[in-house]
Design a protein around this ligand. Structure first.
Ligand SMILES: [Zn+2]
Length: 565
């Protein structure tokens, strides 16, 4: 039955953006009209009243359209008195969107055009008394190492939508919520296709209630998530002998055909968001390309086959087809790689044999102490401690003979520590110095290591050092204590960095760079990077062997995998 009472229809349209878009037959790109046919998931997302919404999506999910229409509707019915801001990662993306999507959306739909007041800018539209702004969230200036964007700082807003979140500058993205401080609504929306795990949109999604589309099977009533179960959620059939086999979505239990139209969102972690309390928690949606109305399954399957044959295409397949993050095994350590290094022994409390120390310096330092072994090295102690005095106590307790420590951010304190170690005397008053180097990273440097003996500084090529520690951990030549709470932290921090290919915006140059992923930092990983150098400076008589000084200044000799004592 169609409801025709005009007052009631108008009330429904004011209340519900989905009804408004359907009733007005909103025209979209490519001559299509807004519809829920074959994409009912759109209505669920568009109607969500959560203060914080994250959508992790594959290609062609039409989510940008959903939030654009939702914002226009809210402004039209004066639900956002302070307006809405739609952020793209870059100014160029704004211009492109404005030209190809936003402009036509206004031009083709009188129900929208009627409510817009003219402004000088194509990217800022006035609806009633409030503004809808399309902005690029790229940084404009860099003030004392802190990124600053005028686009992010200016006027307040009730809603901030961030589209293609993985391409955002993180420092800029962190400033966006400040725009909502004066708002009673404070609506935040993160959208994007994932790239690597624990980064950007995936990191946000992980914190949400994680709603996946579950499809009910009419034959056995079981539910299947076609993305989670891919490729087991695909079967092949042919209608007659002349036809070729065609793929279809199948029930994971009984293998009968299932239909995307029977899907519903089900949260993996319902306790993290309760619709009764929309201002708390994050409401999260996963929208793969598979559940969109544009999905051509045979095309998806041929791309999957291509990706299996050519591994370099697998990342794109995961990201844009499945809507999942992906990283090749060689570009990020797994916790299991680290736990494989665990020996049987617990941490030690002291050492009579000479040892090497490495420390990452910040508010709570990470420190590891290791012994050189016949075939590699063995970490005998790891801890989180504060201040350089605590480090010096460990130098005494563990008979540390060589240390590599972050030169920054506390260079002055480091220099005092370095001098104290350099002037150290034994119990008879004879000089008994500990060799200490300050370490700093460079992104661009021809060699892995540059040594400045005079000022006691090592300059390490960051990417190569990270590559090196990853190989070392996987090599089986580094032993760590048996599993305990601190070893768990160590493993997590060793894995909280991933190698990605980055493109320089200005020059177009591509370089590999490790970026921090996950939560809690990658501090212990840097300790492992430094430890390789510190061990190299252990003299053979320090560790109970005769022989001459071996130093790290010979670059070709810096490779813990080739040590053979
Ligand atoms: Zn079934």
């Amino acid at each position: 039955m169609e409801i025709t009472d005009p007052q009631f229809v108008e009330a429904m349209m004011a209340e519900d953006s989905v009804v408004w878009a359907l009733k007005n037959k909103i025209k979209l790109m490519g001559g299509t009209t807004f519809t829920l046919d074959g994409c009912a998931y759109i209505a669920d997302i568009m109607r969500d009243r959560a203060r914080n919404i994250v959508v992790m999506k594959g290609a062609q999910a039409r989510i940008t359209t959903v939030f654009m229409l939702r914002a226009i509707h809210a402004l039209r019915y004066r639900k956002y008195p302070q307006g809405s801001i739609y952020y793209f990662p870059k100014k160029e993306a704004v211009e492109n969107f404005s030209k190809t999507r936003f402009g036509p959306l206004i031009a083709d739909n009188p129900c929208i055009r009627r409510h817009l007041k003219n402004t000088n800018s194509v990217n800022i539209k006035r609806v009633g008394d409030a503004f809808l702004r399309l902005l690029g969230a790229s940084s404009t200036t860099d003030i004392q190492g802190k990124k600053d964007s005028t686009a992010v700082r200016s006027e307040p807003s009730d809603e901030a939508v961030m589209d293609e979140y993985d391409l955002f500058n993180e420092a800029i993205a962190d400033m966006i919520p400040d725009r909502l401080l004066n708002s009673t609504l404070k609506l935040m929306v993160w959208l994007g296709t994932p790239t690597i795990p624990d980064y950007g949109i995936h990191k946000k999604f992980v914190d949400s209630d994680q709603k996946f589309r579950m499809i009910k099977c009419h034959a056995c009533n079981e539910y299947t998530c076609i993305t989670d179960e891919f490729p087991n959620s695909i079967s092949y059939q042919k209608k007659n002998t002349h036809e070729s086999y065609k793929p279809y979505f199948c029930c994971i239990k009984c293998k009968k055909e299932i239909y995307v139209a029977d899907g519903e969102f089900v949260a993996k972690y319902p306790s993290r968001y309760n619709p009764k309390y929309p201002t708390e928690g994050i409401s999260g949606y996963h929208v793969s390309h598979l559940i969109t109305s544009n999905c051509e399954l045979s095309l998806v399957m041929s791309r999957h086959e291509e990706a299996i044959l050519d591994g370099s295409k697998m990342g794109t397949f995961y990201n844009s087809m499945l809507g999942f993050p992906y990283i090749p095994i060689e570009d990020r350590l797994r916790p299991q790689d680290v736990f494989n290094c665990c020996g049987d022994e617990q941490m030690q409390t002291s050492s009579t044999v000479g040892t090497a120390m490495a420390a990452d310096i910040m508010k709570t330092n990470r420190v590891v102490i290791a012994r050189k072994m016949k075939n590699g090295a063995k970490i005998i102690y790891m801890a989180r401690v504060s201040g350089f005095d605590a480090l010096y106590d460990l130098v005494e307790r563990f008979n540390v003979r060589s240390a590599c420590v972050c030169l920054r951010p506390y260079e002055e304190s480091f220099r005092k520590f370095q001098a104290r170690c350099g002037n150290r005397k034994d119990q008879y008053g004879n000089p008994n110095k500990v060799t200490v180097y300050g370490v700093e990273y460079r992104d661009k440097q021809r060699n892995l290591l540059k040594t400045d003996d005079e000022s006691g500084i090592y300059v390490l090529h960051r990417t190569e050092a990270m590559d090196g520690s990853q190989v070392w951990i996987r090599s089986g030549k580094l032993e760590i204590p048996r599993r305990c709470e601190e070893v768990n932290v160590f493993a997590k921090e060793c894995c909280n960095t991933a190698k990605t290919l980055e493109t320089n915006e200005k020059t177009g140059d591509k370089t590999f760079r490790y970026r921090e992923v996950g939560t809690g930092g990658d501090h212990y990983r840097h300790c492992v990077n430094y430890l390789e150098l510190a061990l190299k400076n252990l003299r053979e008589y320090d560790i109970g062997l005769k022989g001459q000084l071996v130093t790290a200044d010979n670059e070709s000799s810096y490779d813990p995998l080739t040590w053979d004592l």
